[in-house]
Design a protein around this ligand. Sequence first.
Ligand code: AHR
Length: 504
Amino acid sequence: MKANVTAHADYTIAPIDDRIYGAFLEHLGRAIYTGIYEPGHPKADKQGMRTDVLDLVRELQAPVVRYPGGNFVSAYNWEDGVGRRDKRPTRLDLAWHTSDSNAVGVHEFIDWCDKANTAPMLAINLGSRGLDEARNFVEYVNGPTGSHWGDLRKSHGHAAPFDVKMWCLGNEMDGPWQVGHKTAHEYGRLANEVAKTLRAFDKSLELIVCGSSNSDMKTYPEWERVVLEHTYESVDHISLHMYFANRAKNTANYLALNHKLDAYIGVVAATIEQVRALKRSKKRVTISFDEWNVWYHSNKADRAILDGNEGWPHAPRLLEDIYNFEDVLQVGCILNTFIRRADVVKIACIAQLVNVIAPIMTEPGGAAWRQTIYYPYYFASAFGRGTALRLSVKCPGYDADVADNVPYLDVSGVHDAQAGTVTLFAVNRHASDALDMSVALEGFGALAIVDHQVMTHADLQAVNDLKNPLAVTPKKGKGAKIDAGALKAKLPPLSYQMIRLAKA
Ligand code: AHR
């Protein structure tokens, strides 16, 4: 099978906002406790943060990490997590039927972000709480000393304002499962008042309003229209979430799901434009896709805890999806979609980062390792910076549940004009046929291949686990070449590739 692609330096989609390679950490399961934080672990630093996990996080180069939830945030009191640790209350977490010691709170998280070379994105509780607590939280984090909240922060050991720029106005407020779930009108009005109040404190904050929890919600996409009609002039981004699953064990349908993602982004982009027109506004709200990942492997195992049959455990194993090789292909396709929608998606966060539906796993007291999906996320984050190219792709396709004529080749291209590099991320969705990919390279000058990484495996179900953490890893690609101004590469059936070109 053949795929003919054309890339031209002048034919671009948009500059990529680096923050599309962001991540998410929630007070859920072992994400925080025995994930990033485990005092007493042989690799813990003085603050109890695991340095083996920090090393892996730094390698991923996530520019932003969202915290502290998720569903958790909708009944969270930020005040529980500040001040002396021995005075912090243990609270019941109503979202996940667990308990939380509050040993980690906003100070510890932001300190961890500094160590991880990332920026915090904080979520505010607009479920069980409202405007005043939101305003107090933001003033506590960013306010000057000489004021009540700034002085309280100083008394907890941090005089300088933390200067957190990105704030989520609640989480999944359209979801009936959410503590304090609201209608679009109720939420839109509240979010607008909170946004106005936060802007009165600091105009430069970047505010993110909740869109739909997924595109199967009954209220989608009317939710987006109503919420944006309330908030259009006071927010910067609208948040979307989507999780992917292969419950039917149908690889072809599974690997087509990023077409549903693309349609979801397209519809919300159109809704933004509709509201912009209604408001006669110059401003362009954009999308923060701040939760995405594969999530289904752990569903059954989690039932007992979520149904409350285990009491209120602290940091139990929850949502610990063990990813397989097939999920590498899915994550590659998802990231390609965000690159191709760089015009409107300005933030995206893999959900989550450690232990909970995560690329990084840990064993309490033991090792930390890379799950299979770590690799496509790493390649995109490390090498997918620059301008998204509008590629022309000619390739046979197949009909799937969510879309017709899904091309066997899923590909994105990124040009970094300053560094003189072009990077291609490609997935062959075909189960049995290799793809002969030819990419005509126009307007870039002479290029040479400087890196070529391939992920392929005889077993779609192969996983990396504690016993065998290196079962699925990238290998150096062979045989790719530049021939008469075109890149030629063979893509094995069901494979992922990253090919990096630089000025010859
Ligand atoms: O990431 C897991 C959960 O998925 C989050 O808490 C919630 O926002 C979403 O439903």
